[in-house]
Design a binder for this molecule. Sequence first.
Ligand SMILES: NC(=O)C1=CN([C@@H]2O[C@H](COP(=O)(O)OP(=O)(O)OC[C@H]3O[C@@H](n4cnc5c(N)ncnc54)[C@H](OP(=O)(O)O)[C@@H]3O)[C@@H](O)[C@H]2O)C=CC1
Ligand SMILES: CC(=O)N[C@@H](CCC(=O)OP(=O)(O)O)C(=O)O
Length: 346
Amino acid sequence: MIKAGIIGATGYAGNEIVRLLLGHKDVEIAWYGSRSYIDKKYADVYRNFFQIVDAKCMDDNMAALADQVDVIFTATPQGLCASLVNEEILSKAKVIDLSADFRIKDVAKYEKWYGIQHKSPQFVEEAVYGLCEINREDIKNARLVANPGCYPTCSTLSIYPLVKEGMIDPNTIIIDAKSGTTGAGRGAKVDNLYCEVNENIKAYGVAGHRHTPEIEDQLSYACGKDVVISFTPHLVPMNRGILVTAYASLTKDVSYEEVKAVYDKYYDNEQFVRVLDKDVCPQTKWVEGSNYVDVNFKLDPRTNRVIMMGAIDNLVKGAAGQAVQNMNLMFGFKENEGLLQVPMYP
Ligand SMILES: NC(=O)C1=CN([C@@H]2O[C@H](COP(=O)(O)OP(=O)(O)OC[C@H]3O[C@@H](n4cnc5c(N)ncnc54)[C@H](OP(=O)(O)O)[C@@H]3O)[C@@H](O)[C@H]2O)C=CC1
Ligand SMILES: CC(=O)N[C@@H](CCC(=O)OP(=O)(O)O)C(=O)O
């Protein structure tokens, strides 16, 4: 049994980590970190935990937390984990950061896209990008894991096999993505009010969303050369879910069977990636509440393009579920422990 602490337990991603860890047989939650609700009962912040969690919210003192737990999750705004983590903390506890602080290896690039100064550049090289299906072996030995972003998780897993096998020209990739509103966090913002979101759909971050360099980096590692993409996210009126539709030019004539064989090569043994049957397009409802990523593709001979599609629950595979999957790998637990939720439907 290990002990876990969550800094940012009162956010949407932190709340989802709590939900998943309560169902994990090898983990006890020892610290519900918060900034605004210190000493308030956690179940008073999230009443779905009434009579399930008795603990009160604690502060975000990462040094004190590291003395008491084996693993620390930071589900906090960009920059916070980098401002708190140090060598002493990492020598005592493993850290899984859900923010983007350690996802991008080029510190100058991170600072440009996020508009903040990196407070711990000395740990950037060491941090392992926690996309389990691709970096599994490195994650097992990591002290610090950079949990991938929600859009990058869905985009990369949808596209990766074809980039890796050279089947598409990576510099022709266009990613069109949609997210539910929990992706924006629980903090009050006018843009996320019911009347702004309901019955509406809009693009945002056009030609400048901060996930662009993260996706480009992962695809560049896959094909061994610099990749530049177009990425446009949209906000849609639903709570959870991300849907990715990505387009790219094929490098040669290929059949459905050849492309399917490539997806199967990478995902046949991946429990959480489901390559759907021919002509079935992923839907967010089919993965809601679960750690699954549903992917599929369609060839369009008329344009010589392939259309790659993926769906995840942004709070599970896009955040807390992937963080727990990373924790399982780091501590030698079964990779799917605590992650066997069947998607809820409807
Ligand atoms: N929502 C999502 O779908 C995903 C989120 N993430 C990442 O996870 C992180 C959290 O996101 P999310 O849960 O959506 O955000 P929320 O706004 O819902 O929650 C933020 C959390 O951080 C805490 N917090 C805020 N400011 C500080 C601070 N200065 N010091 C300490 N704690 C602070 C808040 O505490 P309190 O409320 O007590 O003040 C709250 O617990 C972000 O980095 C986000 O990018 C990653 C993937 C997907
Ligand atoms: C709908 C919405 O606002 N989504 C957020 C992304 C989700 C998130 O929290 O970002 P990370 O995955 O990098 O942690 C955004 O566009 O910034």
